[in-house]
Design a protein around this ligand. Sequence first.
Ligand code: RTP
Ligand code: MG
Length: 136
Amino acid sequence: MSERSLVLVKPDGVRRGLVGDVIARIERKGLKLAALELRTLEREVAETHYEEHREKPFFGSLVEFITGGPLVAMVVEGPRAIEAFRALAGATDPVAAAPGTIRGDHALEIQENVVHGSDSPASAEREIKLFFPDLF
Ligand code: RTP
Ligand code: MG
């Protein structure tokens, strides 16, 4: 059974030239790309994407960060793709993320943690619809 996840290389990752590394890890794992786009998010899309965090103290800063430059959005597909990509990404806090993971290898700051991956089938469906409405 194949599953889809929305993956973002966040603006810090694009700025630092980490797009190729992230895609290489996805492909090496055996996951497939079903869609891919470079774009700069409008504030409204960013706020919708992160709406679960609207009441958090870091929400304003998170929206500034995620709209602050181009990001790469992709749909990644494969068996248990959601969990498989979260494992590649590592823990949210890059200092706690295991070495060998994307965040563990490339980041130190909780906000600028290089990638996003959907955290559940319901989030994946919502996020893929937001970024790639034509895939449905
Ligand atoms: P993401 O949604 O980006 O895949 O990350 P996640 O599930 O691992 O973490 P989540 O709790 O959903 O947080 C979303 C993003 O918000 C930023 N963040 N900043 N300043 C802070 O305390 C803080 N906490 C989270 C990070 O960019 C995190 O990935
Ligand atoms: Mg999240």
